[in-house]
Design a protein around this ligand. Structure first.
Ligand code: FAD
Length: 306
């Protein structure tokens, strides 16, 4: 893995660094580029704009992860329930779903609690007329996340999985889940070579192998990447597999390559934007900075130009 990326991701776990970044006034400006805002109203505003003006779809992530506190997990669940109500009331549910991290709804306190909480969110999503995708976190949680997902799918077969091309196991997981709704991404966490490809070229090759398996299956693949080469290859492989534009979608993050999001939508593709919101933006921001050295430079420049 790129040393800068490793350094930035290591800083994510450092409390002193977190306090400095969170208290710098400039953080707000930088955060705004990648995060829709801190409140449900901010999330709804961004969704209305992306869906209404830009013709895009949305998946909303209430920020927060890795809680070992029942009360925090409960507040996260309630934030999702409130959000889903509003998506329904405002007629946005057909175009906007939610993404949930199991660690935000209590996975550290046990799979049963995470399953109960995720089930409440799925039930509310069903009532609202939309779906849920379960985000994938670092490799130590992959098995537990897939187990909880399998339980959720007994009641809500549309519950979406996420698989990470950086992990060596993922091609097998794709074979297993190819008949279902699966988001394929490269993977945002610093993973050891024992379980993950560390060479970015190997990750890209595995992404293409996995995309082929998903496109050959009967499920609904969601290709989450900003990588122009992968977007092109996926489009070409989809045609080869005889898929129409309704059979799969592209997904990109809020604030990343917004021009390309519009361009793909104008070509007729379904494009879904991952819109994070909430007060707990720190871990998310660090992962976005780590993905691209230019983002770190952008952040440091705005700190010194104040
Ligand atoms: P990269 O090789 O990182 O980037 C390719 C190009 O895209 C770059 O050259 C640059 O032009 C542009 N780009 C990429 N990232 C940025 C950025 N942050 N800022 C500016 N430009 C950028 N990861 C998980 O581990 N679990 C998940 O559940 C998960 N869900 C995701 C959902 C969506 C919708 C998306 C888009 C990503 C998700 N990710 C998730 C993150 C993903 O794993 C990657 O870390 C991230 O998408 C960067 O990889 P890339 O495919 O865009 O390729």
């Amino acid at each position: 893995m790129n040393p800068l990326r490793t350094l930035v991701l290591a800083a994510a776990g450092n409390d002193a660094v977190r306090r400095v970044v969170a208290s710098a006034p400039v953080s707000r400006d930088v955060v705004r580029r990648f995060v829709a805002g801190e409140t449900t109203a901010d999330a709804i505003d961004a969704t209305s704009r992306l869906v209404g003006q830009d013709g895009l779809r949305v998946t909303l992530d209430h920020l927060g992860e890795g809680t070992a506190d029942r009360g925090t997990a409960e507040r996260t669940v309630r934030a999702y329930l409130e959000l889903l109500d509003q998506l329904h009331d405002l007629g946005l549910a057909a175009d906007a779903e939610v993404s949930v991290k199991l660690s935000a709804v209590g996975l550290a306190l046990g799979e049963t609690l995470a399953l109960d909480n995720a089930s409440r969110i799925c039930a509310a999503a069903e009532q609202a007329g939309t779906t849920v995708t379960v985000d994938m976190e670092d490799h130590t949680t992959t098995d537990a996340t897939l187990r909880v997902l399998a339980e959720l799918r007994r009641h809500w077969p549309w519950a979406g999985a996420v698989l990470q091309a950086c992990l060596r196991r993922t091609l097998d997981d794709c074979r297993e889940l190819a008949g279902t709704r699966v988001r394929l991404c490269k993977g945002a966490y610093a993973e050891p070579a024992s379980v993950a490809y560390v060479d970015p070229h190997q990750v890209d090759l595995n992404y293409v192998r996995c995309a082929n398996v998903l496109l050959a299956g009967s499920g609904y693949p969601m290709f989450a990447t900003h990588d122009p080469r992968l977007v092109e290859i996926v489009g070409e492989r989809a045609r080869w597999h005889g898929k129409s534009v309704e059979d799969f979608e592209f997904q990109m993050l809020y604030g990343v390559r917004p021009g390309e999001q519009l361009h793909l939508a104008a070509e007729g593709h379904v494009v879904r934007v991952y819109v994070p919101f909430g007060e707990q933006w720190y871990g998310y921001l660090v992962r976005r900075l780590a993905e691209r050295p230019a983002n770190v430079a952008f952040f440091l420049r705005s700190l010194v130009s104040r």
